[in-house]
Write a protein that binds this ligand. Structure first.
Ligand code: S3P
Length: 433
């Protein structure tokens, strides 16, 4: 599917983004192994989360879909999962595969995790090495990729593990295995990463200790089901935040967005660039901080992005690169080599796309230097990556001629109603043949 965006202004509006993808995965997984019923509101009904939902059903969990965004997960307790006859298909979702690998390594039955072509090319030894260290029997292909073959093994032992990369997926994988391990599992990260797993475990009354970037969990306890109200996804909001920051006119208010400090790098970076962003109606729900975010246009300035903010804005960096392309001066992003192993090589995809619309970019192994300027129209490829597709659709608002983005189907992995929401704020976005 190709989409085309015409240059133009936004209409001022108050809109709601879909639910948070990371929290939706965790609600399904932790709800499944809790004791009791977990009612989930604000669930993101996108393809990635549906992959996790299908996997949990295959593992014997009853999940009622009350409405598009409301579920009831009938928890089976930590020992209640059963083997899936078929391989568990995580499709495009790295979070599904890496979190489920931790959970399934600790079960008494065997499991196989598979994914689509993109997921099957992504690195998995970052989880299989530490899981093996805990005593798991888990194998990858010779390239260290999926399929993952897990042999049932219920004698994991707690370990102390120093992660080489700041990754919430690796951390969460090990915490899930740690729930079943004998003794204490301690995970140290070289940087701050999203802490949704820790917050949800606490909401389910499972003790977990945090000291800076070091988390410890003791195996053997039980999780108690609770109601989970999922905030809107800041990673989806990011596209509209940048749209309002760069567009010629229009003020957007995004209601009830998750603003967890381990996820809010985009807000900090855009504010440094001079964006006019205000947060109001701050509150907390199921341990997650939430706010309404209001954004209006302003002239952005290029900045040097602090490497400490990279893991706090990891999924938003493609659309931040669009903001950088519209800013005055240079923006430097380094220390972001993780972008090369996302749903696509996001450094390569953004460099190719930005150059195609006339922006000067220097490419480095771990980042980019972007010189702000006037974007031209043209055609860019999403490289099969939802966030690359949406980033360039936002860029179309301020280009001198329409931007066409090819390969837009994956948008529905994380943001099924992106097009209709974009149209509702005045963006002229249409399917082209
Ligand atoms: C996620 C963690 C991040 C992020 C991904 C979702 C999560 O990945 O990029 O989209 O839900 O834990 P890494 O842990 O690989 O950085």
């Amino acid at each position: 599917m190709k989409l085309c965006v015409q240059p133009g202004a936004l209409q001022s509006a108050k809109i709601c983004m879909p639910g948070d993808k990371s929290i939706s995965h965790r609600a399904l997984i932790l709800g499944s192994i809790a004791c009791g019923k977990t009612r989930v509101r604000g669930f993101l009904n996108g393809e990635d989360n549906r992959a996790t939902l299908t996997c949990m059903r295959q593992l014997g969990v009853q999940i009622d879909e009350v409405s598009e965004s409301e579920l009831v997960v009938h928890g089976v307790g930590k020992q209640g999962l059963v083997a899936s006859v078929e391989p568990l298909n995580c499709r495009n979702s790295g979070t599904a595969m890496r979190l489920l690998a931790g959970l399934l390594s600790a079960q008494v039955f065997d499991s196989t995790l598979i994914g689509d072509a993109s997921l099957s090319a992504r690195p998995m030894t970052r989880i299989t090495d530490p899981l093996a260290f805990m005593g798991a029997l888990i194998a990858t292909t010779g390239e260290g990729t999926a399929p993952l073959y897990i042999q049932g093994m219920h004698h994991l032992k707690g370990v102390t593990y120093e992660m080489q990369i700041a990754s919430a997926q690796v951390k969460s994988c090990l915490l899930l295995a740690g729930l079943y391990a004998k003794g204490q599992t301690i995970v140290r990260s070289p940087g701050e990463t999203r802490d949704h797993t820790e917050r949800m475990l606490k909401a389910m009354q499972y003790p977990i200790t945090q000291d800076g970037n070091c988390i410890s969990i003791e195996g053997g306890g039980e999780l108690t089901a609770c109601d989970i109200d999922i905030p809107s996804d800041l990673s989806s909001a990011a596209f509209f935040i940048v749209a309002a920051a760069i567009a010629k006119a229009g003020m957007l208010t995004l209601n009830s967005v998750g603003v967890n400090p381990t996820r809010n790098g985009i807000l900090r970076i855009l504010k440094q660039m001079g964006a006019e962003i205000t947060l109001s109606n701050m509150h907390t729900s199921t341990n997650e901080p939430i706010a309404d975010i209001c954004i209006q246009a302003s002239q952005l300035q290029g900045v040097v992005i602090s490497e400490a903010l990279v893991s706090l804005a990891i999924d938003e960096l493609p659309v931040i690169m669009i903001a950088a392309a519209c800013a005055q001066g240079k923006t430097v992003l380094r220390g972001a080599s993780e972008l090369r192993v996302k749903e696509s090589d996001r450094i390569h995809a953004m460099v190719v796309g930005l150059r195609a619309v006339g922006i000067n970019v220097e490419e480095y192994e771990d980042g980019v230097v972007i010189e702000g300027g006037q974007l031209n129209g043209g055609e860019v490829d999403s490289f099969g990556d939802h966030r690359i597709a949406m980033s360039f659709l936002i860029a179309g608002l301020v280009a001198s001629a329409p931007i066409i983005v090819s390969n837009c189907q994956p948008i529905k992995t994380s943001f099924p109603n992106f097009i209709s929401l974009a149209q509702s704020v005045g963006m002229q976005v249409e399917v082209v043949l």
